[in-house]
Design a protein around this ligand. Structure first.
Ligand code: NAG
Ligand code: NAG
Ligand code: NAG
Ligand code: NAG
Ligand code: NAG
Ligand code: NAG
Ligand code: NAG
Ligand code: NAG
Length: 904
């Protein structure tokens, strides 16, 4: 009887309202069991104040979403409403006498923590994390004496942890991180017999870690980083041997690392950097055989690196930088087969290059900088390894760069500055095509000419060869270094004319100074009408152009290193943080889990409707099979993953790059979740993430029809690209971008490869989270390297180094031109040397060409109507790609113009 249902509901609601008005909160309803009737009133009040989606209008509150009742009496025992966008008042929940579980995490709740919650004597689980709750932690909360799990993290709470909470004798997990709590950690925490997890990082806590903590309970996770804690690390923490995660980074702890640390056979994660710890690293640390991360940088530790660390077979990261360690890197560390990062910079270490470390086949970062290592670099310095960062500057290495450097096929950064290296720069350096972040050989004694092979390093952004004795001319081949932004060849013995090459002439004169016989722009020394003069003169006109070409050549959608690595780092941080929260539970569950499956340490699905559909193990497993791969970039690989439910999601696997310390990580995760909520139909939404081992996976909706790039340029796809479809795609992208600008966000990588097409060819702009997370105006990160994809980068970027709203408009204009011409935006044979798509189109009138000669005839020749619309869109594209940023229209206007073109 479908028609009667609404009426039935209405009368029920009426009854409910009646009962809400007539019965006082908490009173016993005549018909129900104790608490049931009172719960009806409280639940109606909660519905009114909090308005959770899916609540009501029926009066049977036990049927509302996220509500669990006990028995038939209507007494509410659990409310689970995480991530519902709630912003109202939830104090009425305090009247639900039987409530054992209340989860309102990740909403937008503000005001204070209601002190009435303290009256809930059956409450065992309270999660109010990730809201905007302010004020003090109410002392009355101590009345909820059955609480076992209390999570108030990531709010704006202030004041001290009230002593009244000492009544919570059953606490097992206390999470209060990411607030503004002050005062000391109360001493009674050490007396809680069941405490397993204590997480209070990112507050303003002072005083000592409570003495005796860990003695009376099986403490597994202690995370107190980023506070102002003082005193020493109590040896009691390790006494019972249960500790698994210890994170105390960024405090003012002093004293030594307790010898008892070795009792914790399950200790996997130790991070105690940025404190005032002194004394030696105890040899017993080698008994903590499960150690995966050991980070103790920036302390005052002395003595040697204990050889016993070699017993920690799973050690992945060892960071002892900036201490006062002396001696050599023990040979036995070469047995650490899992080691990925060895960072010992800024100590007093010496001896020869620790060759044995090269036996760690998974080593990706080796940082020996700022020590006193000496002798030759080993010939087999890479030998097919995974080395990405080789940072050896500020040592006393001598001899030459071994030709074996050519084997470093994955190297992103090579820092050899301020050593005693000599000889010629070997031509093999040109084989290290992966070099991207920097090649820095400054302040050594290199001699001879610059190898022409440097020109093969077309991804390299920073080149510093200053302060050597390099002679000869600067080879013209260096113009192949298409990504160069910063160059320094000063203080050498170079001679002749500086080749005409954008990055050279755009540099300061100081980049070339101190070479007595060097001439030409940017030096003030004119080459005159001498041997170099003529060729120099003719090339001058192309100067501006060649720089654009430099930016414009490399393939589409190269997401630049710094951005992605930062994102990866953020996720690595999230991993650590989640690890502590999850590890304890996971460990227990591990026995039951199939041995083959990797252990997911953290995961979340933001979109509620998909929560049932997504299976994290399936996401992980999809990435193991090459046939699922749908795209591969330098820093991420995308896979198609089919869930057991049949749902298909896109899984982007970020390649682990660096676990640099990044501030504000909790906020960033929050931002990611928020982004999933802001949504616009033309933006790809993140739907979740999975973290395991060192891997971060970002989940997105799967868009069946690939990217605009493929549609335009894959021959197979090309025939599906008719004009109305392309125009509609253009309008979609414009709308997505306009929305982003409206919410004050600049996209960092507008290009056709980031335009995704769903099954009906609706277009969605992707890579939005990177833009949101790294939005410079939000202070999350500063953009210091190139941002965007070559060919789409606005000309002003070369000097502003900032991605702006008009810059986005330019990149969008390039996408329009790409649609109109079916040509790739970077160099095309047809454009001629030094010309990219934008230049080619803008110069058409000067060449005497008509728009027909520019637009793809397969589209424009089909009908007059199509041709007319294309001409209109071409005008929009020309406006968007105006050289002067101020002349470009706003995206809102662009949307209007495109819609007009479509309706004409
Ligand atoms: C809050 O902490 C509790 C107890 O430790 C935990 O079970 C819960 O997952 C945490 N909530 C969030 C959103 O991480
Ligand atoms: C934290 O509290 C202190 C005073 O207790 C206040 O000065 C500071 O502004 C607060 N910080 C934040 C981020 O709320
Ligand atoms: C550690 O710091 C405290 C003050 O915070 C000081 O009283 C104590 O002497 C210091 N201990 C050591 C070993 O430096
Ligand atoms: C190292 O890791 C593997 C896989 O996670 C585990 O099976 C092994 O027990 C670990 N080794 C130690 C010494 O903890
Ligand atoms: C080295 O890395 C590869 C790929 O990440 C991984 O499969 C392998 O298990 C690692 N080896 C060790 C010893 O950790
Ligand atoms: C180079 O690596 C191979 C394994 O990839 C190894 O067998 C060989 O001994 C290494 N060479 C040196 C000199 O270490
Ligand atoms: C290259 O290394 C030296 C140290 O030897 C450093 O001073 C300089 O800033 C580095 N150059 C660049 C461009 O980072
Ligand atoms: C620098 O290297 C040369 C040989 O290349 C050597 O003679 C000289 O002693 C070294 N200087 C220092 C300070 O190590």
């Amino acid at each position: 009887m479908p028609s009667s249902t609404p009426c039935y509901r209405r009368s029920f609601l009426f009854l409910a309202l009646l009962s809400a008005c007539s019965s006082a909160p908490g009173t016993v309803d005549g018909a129900g069991t104790a608490g049931g009737g009172g719960d009806a009133a409280a639940m109606q009040a909660l519905r009114r104040d909090l308005a959770p989606p899916g609540w009501g209008p029926g009066a049977d509150h036990c049927a509302w979403r996220g509500v669990t009742c006990a028995g038939g009496g209507g007494a509410v025992t659990a409310i689970d409403l995480p991530r519902r966008g709630l912003r109202g008042d939830f104090a009425a929940a305090a009247e639900l006498r039987e409530l054992a579980r209340l989860d309102l995490s990740a909403n937008s709740l503000s005001g204070g923590v209601p002190q009435a919650l303290g009256a809930l004597t059956r409450l065992e689980f309270l999660d109010l994390s990730m809201n905007a709750l302010a004020g003090a932690v109410p002392p009355a909360l101590g009345g909820a004496s059955r609480l076992r799990f209390l999570n108030l993290s990531n709010n704006a709470l202030s004041g001290a942890i009230p002593d009244e909470l000492r009544g919570l004798k059953g606490l097992q997990e206390l999470q209060i991180s990411g607030n503004n709590l002050t005062g000391a950690l109360p001493g009674w925490l050490a007396g809680l017999p069941g405490l397993r997890v204590l997480s209070a990082y990112e507050n303003a806590l002072s005083g000592p870690i409570p003495p005796g903590l860990g003695l009376s309970s099986e403490l597994q996770v202690l995370n107190l980083h980023s506070n102002s804690l003082e005193g020493s690390i109590p040896s009691s923490l390790f006494e019972r041997g249960n500790l698994q995660v210890l994170i105390l980074t960024l405090n003012r702890l002093n004293g030594t690392i307790p010898d008892t640390i070795g009792r914790c056979r399950g200790l996997s994660n130790v991070r105690i950097g940025d404190n005032l710890l002194s004394g030696a690293i105890p040899a017993s640390v080698g008994d903590a055989a499960s150690l995966t991360y050991f980070e103790a940088s920036t302390n005052d530790l002395s003595g040697g690196i204990p050889a016993q660390l070699a017993q920690c077979a799973n050690l992945t990261l060892l960071n002892l930088a900036y201490n006062r360690l002396a001696g050599e890197v023990p040979d036995v560390l070469g047995e650490l087969r899992s080691l990925q990062e060895l960072i010992v910079s800024g100590n007093g270490l010496g001896g020869e290059f620790p060759r044995s470390i090269l036996r760690c086949r998974n080593l990706s970062k080796l940082d020996l900088s700022y020590n006193a290592f000496r002798g030759d670099l080993p010939e087999n310095i890479c030998n097919g390894s995974r080395l990405q960062f080789l940072v050896l500057d500020h040592n006393e290495f001598s001899g030459g760069i071994p030709a074996g450097i050519g084997g470093c096929t994955r190297l992103l950064e090579l820092q050899l500055g301020s050593n005693n290296l000599s000889g010629e720069i070997p031509a093999e350096i040109g084989k290290v095509k992966s070099l991207q972040i920097a090649l820095n050989l400054s302040s050594n004694h290199f001699t001879g000419p610059l190898p022409r092979e440097l020109g093969r390093l077309d991804k390299l952004v920073v080149l510093d060869l200053s302060r050597n004795e390099i002679s000869g001319q600067i080879p013209g081949d260096m113009r192949g270094m298409l990504s160069l932004i910063e160059v320094n060849l000063s203080n050498n013995r170079l001679a002749g004319a500086i080749p005409v090459f954008g990055p050279f002439q755009k540099s300061a004169a100081s980049s070339f100074s101190g070479n007595a016989e060097l001439c030409g722009d940017p030096l003030t020394v004119d080459c005159g009408s001498s041997i170099y003069g003529s060729s120099y003169g003719t090339e001058t006109d192309h100067r501006g152009i060649s720089y654009r070409v430099a930016l414009a050549v490399v393939g589409s959608c190269v997401l630049i290193f710094s951005l992605v690595s930062l994102l990866v780092a953020l996720f690595m941080w999230r991993e650590r943080q989640e690890k502590e929260e999850e590890e304890a539970k996971k460990k227990a569950a591990e026995v039951a889990v199939a041995a083959a499956a990797p252990q997911v340490v953290a995961s979340a699905v933001f979109v509620e409707s998909l929560q049932q559909a997504i299976d994290f193990q399936s996401c992980v497993k999809a990435t193991f099979k090459d046939e699922n791969e749908v795209g591969d970039g330098t820093f991420s690989t995308t896979y198609r993953a089919v869930m057991p439910s049949g749902t298909v999601v896109s899984v982007k696997k970020l390649k682990s790059v660096d676990r640099a310390v990044v501030q504000q990580r909790t906020k960033v995760v929050r931002e990611l979740e928020r982004l999933a909520h802001i949504g616009h139909e033309n933006l790809v939404r993140p739907i979740g993430y999975v973290l395991y081992d060192d891997v971060a996976l970002l989940l997105h909706q799967h868009l069946a029809n690939g990217t605009l790039l493929q549609l335009l340029h894959d021959n197979g796809e090309r025939r599906k690209a008719d004009w109305p479809r392309l125009l509609s795609i253009a309008v979609d992208v414009a709308q997505g971008l306009a929305f982003l600008h409206q919410v004050a966000t600049v996209h960092l990588d507008v290009c056709s490869g980031n335009v995704f097409l769903d099954s009906r060819y609706n277009a969605l702009l992707g890579e939005v989270e990177i833009s949101r997370l790294l939005d410079p105006t939000k202070g999350t990160a500063s953009i210091s390297a190139v941002a965007g994809s070559f060919g789409y980068i606005p000309p002003e970027y070369a000097y502003t180094m900032r991605v702006t709203v008009p810059g986005n408009v330019y990149s969008f204009g390039v996408v329009l031109l790409e649609i109109l011409t079916s040509k790739l935006p970077a160099v095309d044979e047809a454009f001629g040397e030094g010309v990219d798509l934008v230049k080619w189109v803008h110069a058409a009138p000067a060449r005497g060409e008509t728009p027909e000669q520019i637009m793809d005839p397969r589209l424009s020749a089909v009908s007059f109507a199509w041709r007319r619309q294309m001409l209109a869109v071409l005008r929009v594209a020309m406006l968007c790609t105006e050289r002067a940023p101020a002349k470009r229209p706003r995206m809102k206007k662009v949307v209007e113009m495109l819609q007009e073109a479509r309706d004409s």
